[in-house]
Structure formats: C-alpha cells, structure tokens
Ligand binder design. Structure first.
Ligand code: G1P
Length: 276
C-alpha cells in the first residue's frame, strides 16, 4: 500500500526569474491552478492522502495554499464566486500535509533524503510538480502503483525523448520484462548524459515509487561534479543490488520547469477546457 507522496519543492526556479523571486515555481499556475495542485490531485487520485513536502526558504505560499483561508472564504461565502474554492477546499479536507525544509540545495537525491522523517520505513511516491502529466484514464502515479504491486521494487516513469535532449534528463538502459511492451528492468542509468554517451533515449520523468532502502543508499552516494546528490545514482545502486523497474507511462507530459513546456501546457489545458 502506498500511502505517502513526497514533493521535492525547494528549488529556486531560476528559469522563471523574476517571476519566481517571491513566488515558488511550484505555485506558478497553468490556467487558474498552481502546478503543485495538479501534482497533489494526481496523488489523491491514486488513493494517497498524505502529502510530504520538502520546502525551503521563500516557499510559504505552498503551505498557505493547502490550508484554510477563513477571511477569503467568509468573504465569498454565499456569493457566486464561492465555487472557485470548491476543489481546493475538497483537497484540503481529504489530505494531510507535512513539511520539512531543505536547508541547502544539494540536488534531488538530497531533497528526497531530507524527506525521510516525513516518510519513515515504507514505500512512497515522488512527484516533481514541474513535470505536469495528463492522462486519459488513470494518472501516472496510479499506473505506477499497479506496476509496484506486481514487482514490489522501486519504479521510475520514463518516456522516449529525441536523442539531442538526453542531457536534460536521467537516461536509462534496460531489458523489456517478459510479456510486456512498456516495462523494463533497469541495467544502467546516467544523469543528464551527452547524446554521444547516452545509453538510450529513454528519459526519467518526475514520477517515482521508491522503496525505503533508498534512504540508506542515498546516505552513501557521493556528490557529483556539481556537488549534488543524484537520485539517479542511488537508483542505479538499487538496480544492481536488487531490482528497479522503468515503466513507459500512458499519457502526456509537459516540462513546466521551462518556458516552452509551460506555454505548451497552458495551451493544451486551455484547448481541453474550451477556453481557446
Ligand atoms: C531531475 C532528475 C532527472 C529527471 C528529471 C525529470 O532533474 O535528476 O533524472 O530526468 O528530474 O524532470 P531536474 O529536472 O531536477 O534537473
């Protein structure tokens, strides 16, 4: 049973400066909804109600968003505008939010390790809110939980990217698992390789199911050349020690950590909702 979802949300969002000077990048909206809310909704739709958020300085807007706003609510109460808050109030009612601050930006692996006190000794999901996913039926985390239930090991979501984009992602190599066309047993994994040294074009996207032994592995991982501890390196150790499954998810992903993907997502959801 996966009960908790970890949201690393301590990054500076430098690609969106100056917008992210005082506003966390996770709070930038696609239409009227912050990126973070899409991620929380995806976790909730997978039956997860415990949201564990790794924040940092300047991120308090995230906590305020997922809390009651009595003054605003009483102002809008009984008016036609009350409906605007219906969805977020429902999310707040259904979920528990816990927070821990990452004191230094030392990479995604370090952010996940910072979340250990919120997770404890159980398997958990990880959502990077700036990878925004839209699926026809089950969300990506729901799809991954099904894979986890079958294999009982860490699961990472992947998608094929053009070879000239490998340096933006963790890239895996793997062997298709018998009788499957979307599930690979990972044999290798490299963080942001150049096209020439990439083991494939299968890129890790910001969705993981991790078994809790990952925390001890992360503690033993050495920082990379930029001084960052990478989750990709820890997952490679896990793949070698035991097993890691890569799953080609069904759906669309937008890289909202960059302006191009952000605009594409905005257009996509605006069209989907008949706004443009
Ligand atoms: C992180 C991971 C990378 C993964 C990516 C997905 O990189 O380190 O392996 O492919 O998320 O979005 P970041 O985008 O934080 O640089």
């Amino acid at each position: 049973m996966i009960k908790k979802c970890l949201f690393p949300a301590a990054g500076y969002g430098t690609r969106f400066l100056p917008a992210t000077k005082a506003v966390p990048k996770e709070m930038l909206p696609i239409l009227t909804k912050p990126l973070m809310q899409y991620g929380v909704e995806e976790a909730l739709s997978a039956g997860i109600t415990n949201m564990a958020i790794v924040t940092g300085r300047g991120k308090r807007a995230i906590e305020d968003h997922f809390d009651n706003a009595f003054e605003l609510e009483s102002q809008l109460s009984g008016t036609s505008k009350e409906s605007y808050l219906k969805d977020i109030k429902e999310i707040i009612k259904k979920s528990t939010f816990t927070y821990v601050r990452q004191k230094k930006m030392l990479g995604l692996g370090h952010a996940i390790l910072t979340g250990e006190p919120l997770i404890g000794d159980e398997p958990f999901a990880v959502v990077l809110a700036d990878d925004l996913c839209d699926c026809d039926e089950d969300g990506v985390i729901s799809q991954m939980i099904e894979v986890y239930n079958q294999y009982q090991c860490s699961v990472i979501a992947i998608e094929e990217v053009p070879m000239n984009q490998t340096s933006k992602y963790g890239i895996i190599a793997g062997n298709l698992v018998d009788n499957s066309d979307d599930t690979y047993r990972v044999t290798d994994m490299v963080e942001k390789p150049k096209e020439e040294s990439a083991p494939s074009n299968m890129a890790i996207i910001g969705r993981y199911i991790l078994t809790p032994d990952i925390f001890n592995i992360l503690k033993s991982i050495r920082p990379d050349k930029n001084g960052e501890i990478q989750i990709t390196d820890a997952l490679l150790v896990q793949a070698k020690q035991s097993k890691v499954i890569a799953y080609k998810f069904k759906g669309r992903r937008f890289d909202c950590g960059g302006i191009e993907g952000f605009i594409q997502a905005t257009n996509y959801f605006a069209k989907k909702q008949g706004i443009i």
